[in-house]
Design a protein around this ligand. Structure first.
Ligand code: ACO
Length: 323
């Protein structure tokens, strides 16, 4: 049986940190409101020379180094993003070129904040189907470019960044036994498309547009959707919350994360939180959180790790893997 095993991880953040206090006096908000309602203390904001492609490239290079591989070893790049460098070609192809890779293939996936979970699941399907042996799975975003900086209900929530995994086909017993992607479930429901969207687009306004969100409505649906899809993954893998070593959720709001973990019975000390440092980086949030927990020694080889995300569409999903 072929499994998709994590071989390496990397991440990249813009140079500039923006603290909550920088919003004070510019819009009607406060450090205390943002921190209490969301858990966010700061976010990273890309400069003009920092783009989804450049951040994705940096994260990919870090993941390759961590894996002890070069780009010659990769045959597919899947990039999760809603903030591409250009409408086309796919930013994944731009990253492929920046990495000096002229073989294999690359494409973007668009599932907003669930993008990385969708991308891991897609890469896993290519690997298990025999179409790729090693895949760079990247989540990279520059959501700061989509924000209306006068809208206090959205502009305080998001940040920029990128994270990447190298997934590798592994077969047989022994060292790789039971490692890799063990179960996954994806969902979407377009009935909710107007609750979280960008009010521009190539085929409609011909503009980039700004992010619009009915935060309270999103919040209302989030916990139920997240816990349902995780329970589906638990059923597939025949495990329960007590078997997990780490829960690495999408980092949108600490209150949503806490409520989801509580409903599922996942102990607070198993939950990886980075929303305080990064804000909501959409498709980059899960790999950025993973990279932090691997770098500080929390997530170790053999640990059972649950990834989860929910975002615009709505889209949502979960992946269970043994690190
Ligand atoms: N500073 C001060 N006050 C604010 C701010 C702000 N930055 N933003 C909103 N307020 C005000 C509102 O105007 C409102 O005032 P009112 O009562 O006078 O109308 C009050 O604070 C409460 O607003 P709510 O929207 O009810 O606040 P809530 O506790 O729901 O928090 C938040 C808002 C943080 C947006 C929350 O609803 C949330 O996290 N929603 C989900 C976001 C999410 O998970 N998105 C999915 C992923 S993102 C993606 O896919 C791209």
């Amino acid at each position: 049986m072929i499994r998709s095993v994590v071989r390496g991880i990397g991440s990249a953040l813009p140079r500039r940190i923006m603290k909550n206090a920088e919003f004070e006096g510019v819009i009607d908000t406060s450090d205390a409101w943002i921190e209490q309602r969301t858990g966010i203390r700061q976010r990273y904001i890309a400069a003009d020379d920092e783009t989804t492609a450049s951040l994705g490239e940096a994260a990919a290079r870090a993941a390759l180094t961590n894996a002890g591989l070069t780009v010659d070893d990769i045959d597919l790049i899947v990039l999760a993003t809603s903030t591409p460098n250009n409408t086309f070609p796919a930013t994944a192809v731009d990253i492929q070129n920046r990495l000096g890779m002229q073989h294999g293939f690359a494409f973007d996936m668009q599932a907003v904040c669930s993008g990385f979970v969708y991308a891991v699941t897609t890469a896993d399907a290519y690997i298990r189907g025999g179409m790729a042996k090693r895949v760079l799975v990247i989540g990279a975003e520059t959501f700061s470019r989509l924000l209306d900086w006068k809208d206090r209900t959205t502009c305080v929530l998001f940040g920029d960044g990128a994270g990447a995994l190298v997934l590798e086909a592994a077969e047989g017993e022994g060292a790789i036994k039971d490692r890799g992607v063990l179960a996954a479930a994806l969902r979407s429901d377009g009935q909710h498309k107007d609750k979280l969207y960008v009010n521009g687009g190539v085929s409609t306004t011909g503009t980039i547009g700004h992010l619009k969100m009915e935060g309270r409505e999103v919040f209302k649906h989030a916990v139920g959707m997240i816990t349902d899809v995780i329970e589906a993954v638990f059923d597939q893998a025949k495990i329960g919350a007590e078997d997990l070593d780490w829960f690495v959720p999408h980092q949108a709001n600490k209150r949503i994360i806490d409520a989801s973990a509580k409903k599922l019975g996942i102990a607070a000390e198993k939950v990886v939180i980075t929303v305080d440092q990064h804000g909501n980086t959409s498709a980059a949030s899960v790999p950025l959180a993973l990279a932090v927990a691997v770098a500080d020694g929390r997530i170790k080889r053999g640990d059972l790790v649950l990834l989860e995300a929910m975002g615009g569409g709505f889209t949502w999903g979960a992946v269970l893997l043994r690190w």
